[in-house]
Structure formats: structure tokens, C-alpha cells
Design a protein around this ligand. Structure first.
Ligand SMILES: Nc1ncnc2c1ncn2[C@@H]1O[C@H](COP(=O)(O)OP(=O)(O)OP(=O)(O)O)[C@@H](O)[C@H]1O
Ligand SMILES: [Mg+2]
Length: 395
């Protein structure tokens, strides 16, 4: 039998070893629990990211997508039930359900080409998760960054899709105008000669001696109608680019001044203020009469659109290869439904006798004949801008 003190020592040793083993087990268990919790967190974060990604892939409407994303975001955070989120994009704000604002939050910018266009924020109620100085996990910061990146990508994709649609629409529109142009050219060409003959014969007949008064009156009317018809034919020929150009070097600012000089008094009378923003030394090679025609037609339309007065702004500027003339009014504007029809021959919203609907067709034909382009943008009730782009040098 071992002496009692030795047995006691051994027992003490065993207790010590047991304690150490216990401590190790506890440490191991804690590490296991922590790892398990971390894995749970990561799964939650990945799940959130995956749902956000699915949303941008399947949703074509940006409003709907951002509305859905803001509701998904809180689910990716460790205190998901207590947290809420806000997305601000341009002028619109999207909120998760039961949104509240608090001083405990994290935020990330939504960047497009290094420019902030919005932000995402996640809020915790005060006091929650504040055991650590930084209430949000590093992984949650990365998650927020990843979501902001997905949204940026989505915005860029939406913008590209819209641009593509717009280009397709413009091509279709240009194609349609070209087809109408061909048709108009054919009709104009075929009618021009017989109309010339009718006019010539009517004028000859008018010179006949002893022509009864009634016949003279009727011939006078025929003459009037033919002149009117030939005017229409001339406009159609201008639209379908059948007219030849007599190009010269002209100063665009001077061309505007001389085109609107006769309309200035009318503007004063109708309460329209004329504003000019001219770039220096804007010269182009163009047919001066036709360019004046463009300016006059755009100005008359602008005046007609501002029955209660307003502001008419002429701007000229240059970019690398082009000169841009814009005519902007603060008039009634053009509805979305009508805007694509504005350059179509005979499209008019004016009363019979007030407009033939050929003014902008002529403008279009002249601009295209000068290898230029014309764009219109408008907001009903606010005003309209016509932007004419002409090449600086003759091509
Ligand atoms: N500045 C403008 N503001 C609002 N609507 C416009 C403007 N310019 C054109 N429009 C719209 O486009 C239509 C077509 O214009 P366009 O100049 O071709 O013909 P019109 O002015 O109606 O007739 P015309 O020019 O032959 O006398 C107009 O009837 C009008 O509805
Ligand atoms: Mg007009």
C-alpha cells in the first residue's frame, strides 16, 4: 500500500490532468461552435448574394428589381430580423419592410464609371451588436460591397439595353423615313411635270382674248391651286433630298440672326423672350438658303407652341467634327406618342389651314442632305428641343 501522501499527490495530478483535458475539450467545443456559426453566417450571406443576383438576371424593370433587392438584403445580416435596409438610386428611395433609421448603420456607394449614383444602407437598432466596437462583421461589409457591385452592373446593363433599343428604334425610324422619302420622290417627280403643264396652259388660256369672266375666274383658281400643289411638291422634293445644294462657307450664328430677324417682332408681341448662346466662330459649308429654311421652320414651330409666351433659346456649339444648333422652347411640348411621327410628311396637330405637316419633313431632308442629323426631345407641358448636328467640314 502506497503511503497516503503519495496517493494524494497522484490524485491531485489526475485531477489536474482531467481539468486540462476538460479545458481543451471546452476550447475545442467553442472553436467548433464558432466555426459552425461562421459557416451558418457564410451560408446566409451567400444565399442573400445569390438571391440578389437572381433578381437582377430575371427582372427587367429596374424599379421592381431594386424593390425586391432591398427586401432581400436584411436576410444576409447576422441580426437579420432586427435589421433593415435602404437603397437610394438617383431620386428614388427603396425601403425594406418596417424600415427605421438609426445611428448604427453601414453604407456603400453605388458607383457607375467612378461616379456615385446612389447608395445602400443597412441599419441595426441602437444597442444591438454593439458588444464589439464595430457592429457589422467584415464579411457583411464585403457582402454590402458585392451587392453594390451587382446593382452597378445591373444599372449599366439596363442602360446599355435601353441604348440598344433606342438605336434600333432610330434605325427603324430612319428606314421608314427613307422609304417614305423614296415614295414621295417618285410621286413628286411624276406630278411635277403635268402640274407645270397645267399651270402653263392655264396661264396661256388666261391671255386669250374675249375670255368670259367666269372662265377667267375659274382659270385663276386653277392657277392658284396648281401653285399651291407645286409648293407641296417642292417641299416633298426637299424632304426626299431631290433638290440640289449650292454650298458656301457660312457663319451659323449670322445665319440664325438673319433668319429670325423677321420673326422677332412677332415674338415680342406674343411675349416670347429670345435668348442666344452662341459659340465663337462657327462656320460650316452649307447651302445658306436651305439652312435658313431649317432655322425658320424650327423657329415658327417653337413660336406656334408658345401661345402664352415663353422663352426661345438658340444655342450653337462645336464638338470634334460637328456643329450643333439647338432650338429650345418652353411651349406645350410633344407627347410620347407623337414624337416619333414629327418628321413624317403630313403629320400635323394643327388645325386645317394652319399647318400642312411638311415643315419638319423639309428640315429633316435638308439636314440629311448636308450629311447631318436631327434629334428631338420634349416634355409635354414643359417644352421641346430640336438639335441639329452638321459636319464641320464638307465630306
Ligand atoms: N416646337 C414644337 N413644340 C411642340 N410641337 C411641335 C414643335 N415642333 C413641331 N411640333 C409638332 O410636330 C408637328 C409637325 O410639325 P411640322 O413643322 O412638320 O408641321 P406643322 O408645323 O404642323 O405644319 P407646317 O410646318 O407644314 O406649317 C406639329 O404639328 C406639332 O404637333
Ligand atoms: Mg411647322
Amino acid at each position: 500500500m502506497e503511503p497516503i501522501d503519495i496517493r494524494f499527490e497522484k490524485q491531485q495530478q489526475q485531477i489536474k490532468e482531467l481539468k486540462q483535458r476538460n479545458e481543451k475539450l471546452e476550447q475545442f467545443y467553442c472553436a467548433y461552435k464558432k466555426r459552425h456559426r461562421c459557416e451558418g453566417e457564410r451560408i446566409r450571406e451567400l444565399n442573400c448574394l445569390c438571391r440578389v443576383a437572381q433578381c437582377v438576371v430575371s427582372e427587367t424593370d429596374m424599379d421592381v428589381a431594386l424593390d425586391k433587392i432591398v427586401c432581400i438584403i436584411p436576410h444576409g445580416w447576422q441580426y437579420s430580423k432586427e435589421s433593415c435596409a435602404r437603397i437610394t438610386f438617383k431620386d428614388t428611395t427603396y425601403l425594406s419592410p418596417d424600415f427605421f433609421e438609426s445611428s448604427v448603420f453601414q453604407t456603400e456607394k453605388i458607383l457607375i464609371e467612378n461616379k456615385a449614383v446612389g447608395s445602400i444602407e443597412v441599419f441595426y437598432p441602437p444597442g444591438l451588436g454593439l458588444e464589439s466596437k464595430i457592429p457589422f462583421l467584415i464579411e457583411e461589409r464585403n457582402l454590402l460591397k458585392a451587392i453594390a457591385n451587382i446593382i452597378s452592373f445591373y444599372v449599366i446593363k439596363q442602360r446599355d439595353d435601353e441604348n440598344r433599343k433606342l438605336i434600333q428604334h432610330q434605325l427603324l425610324h430612319a428606314d421608314r423615313l427613307a422609304t417614305i422619302g423614296q415614295l414621295s420622290a417618285g410621286v413628286a417627280h411624276e406630278l411635277n411635270e403635268p402640274l407645270g403643264n397645267i399651270l402653263g396652259l392655264a396661264q396661256l388660256a388666261l391671255k386669250l382674248p374675249d375670255m368670259p369672266d367666269q372662265a377667267k375666274k375659274d382659270l385663276g383658281k386653277i392657277e392658284e391651286c396648281v401653285i399651291y400643289s407645286r409648293e407641296i411638291i417642292k417641299k416633298l422634293m426637299e424632304f426626299s433630298r431631290q433638290t440640289s445644294l449650292c454650298k458656301k462657307t457660312i457663319n451659323l450664328n449670322e445665319a440664325i440672326d438673319s433668319s429670325i430677324i423677321f420673326l422677332e417682332a412677332r415674338c415680342v408681341k406674343e411675349g416670347i423672350k429670345i435668348v442666344k448662346h452662341y459659340a465663337k466662330a462657327i462656320t460650316i459649308t452649307a447651302d445658306p438658303n436651305q439652312i435658313k429654311q431649317v432655322i425658320t421652320n424650327l423657329t415658327i414651330n417653337a413660336i406656334q407652341a408658345m401661345k402664352n409666351g415663353g422663352k426661345l433659346t438658340f444655342t450653337t456649339r462645336k464638338n470634334n467634327e460637328n456643329v450643333i444648333l439647338s432650338v429650345e422652347d418652353t411651349g406645350i411640348g410633344i407627347s410620347g406618342e407623337n414624337i416619333s411621327k414629327t418628321f413624317m410628311p403630313f403629320f400635323t396637330t394643327k388645325d386645317v389651314g394652319e399647318g400642312t405637316g411638311l415643315g419638319l419633313s423639309v428640315v429633316y431632308g435638308i439636314v440629311r442632305n448636308h450629311n447631318g442629323d436631327i434629334k428631338v426631345s420634349s416634355e409635354p407641358g414643359k417644352g421641346t428641343i430640336f438639335e441639329v448636328c452638321l459636319p464641320l467640314e464638307e465630306k
